[in-house]
Design a protein around this ligand. Sequence first.
Ligand SMILES: C[S@@+](CC[C@H](N)C(=O)[O-])C[C@H]1O[C@@H](n2cnc3c(N)ncnc32)[C@H](O)[C@@H]1O
Length: 436
Amino acid sequence: MPTPQRFTLQWPGKQESLRHLNEPVSAHLEPVPEESLFPEQASHLFLEGENLTILRILRKEYQGHIDAIYIDPPYNTGQTIAFDDRYFNRVPAASLLDDSLSERSAKTVRDPSPWLSMMYPRLALAWELLKKQGVLFVSIDDRAIHHLRCLLDEVFGPENHVGTVVWRKKVVRGRGHRHLIPQTEYVVVYARDIKELPPFSEPLTQEMIAEYTRQDERGPYKLIPFAKSGTRHSPRPNLAYPIEAPDGTWIQCPTLQWRWSEKTFWNRQEEIVFRKSQKGVWMVFTKQYLYQEGRQRRKTPVSYYDRVTTTDGTRELKDLSDGAIFDFPKPSRLIRDLVAWLPPFSETGKGIILDFFGGTCPTAQAVIDLNQEDGGHRQFIVVQDVPLPGSTAHNTAFVGKERIRKVIDRYRKISPPLPQDNGFSNLAFRVSRLSP
Ligand SMILES: C[S@@+](CC[C@H](N)C(=O)[O-])C[C@H]1O[C@@H](n2cnc3c(N)ncnc32)[C@H](O)[C@@H]1O
């Protein structure tokens, strides 16, 4: 029988890239107490070493236990590969093997194969590590988003694409672009299982809170029209009924339908408010309270984010790492705002977040800051490798650890550590290093 045709993403080296995934791992993680801070109280982990091996080690303990993964993978810049391709010597992409280096750099066609081969097994492990209700955030730019989406559709399933956040990463124009100045980047979001993923939410803005100007015994509220706006919904007969106004006249729904059924309308009479417009037309409103069950109302996030830029990321890192220079570190606020969309993080203050392309560790800072802010007990696991001996590359792991220590030191200086969860403190972290 002929195999049914379906869309798949193919590239040279694809199968090879998964070859080592299920082999036993002989390496292990060795604690480095002298680089840790209060390791006996620490649940936060900084793991130094190659992330594919470390993810395979983590699989034993954390499979199905991670709430959120944020990654900012090295970008594929085409002919010159920006990521450290020493890891691909074991799983080379056939197309690159066939070419000499000079032929390769002379190529005008960008070959995403090595990048895809690098990402594929790591994303497969990310999927395994996530909880059923877990979620993956991936920072990516315009050059690789199409490949990443296809790859994630394959690993996570297209139905689990939650959405893509457009991040306005800079406001200045910059030079060197003749056609389009890139000011945006993306964060692609996938659920482990969209049916299990609870709704995202974020705090209301100050302007939104300021709209709750009215007050009754249940607290501050604002009035919102009872007629449902928009034309997307198909009318439901039980939602279109006449309502008797205080003067005995009848009000017909000015749109296709009311927001509540007639039964709910009668059950929640104390929330219904009638007002007459200047033209003498009756209008119906409901009270929307600022607090629900003692918690402030939140809103659903939108897919556009512009609260911080790369300049904020650079400034923040300079301040925390004695001026270390690193290309475009992510601002920790971006990561903090994204992970706080998840109910386990915002409501319970618990959960584990993993970043296996840790870089200068903005994810670690995001988690520490969030915990300090609300007394939560979220835990980070950050993975970052060191350069090969003799390499002139930045030792990003060094910068990252330094940053975590500085963030913790600063908090410890201004206030004693907050009460601990099961003996674990937010202001402590353990370093472990991959040993062969
Ligand atoms: C784009 S950077 C991440 C930047 C980070 N979000 C920040 O703001 O600082 C990607 C990082 O992943 C690291 N990396 C690349 N391949 C790796 C691997 N196989 N194992 C561990 N780290 C790796 C690189 O050294 C680099 O620091």
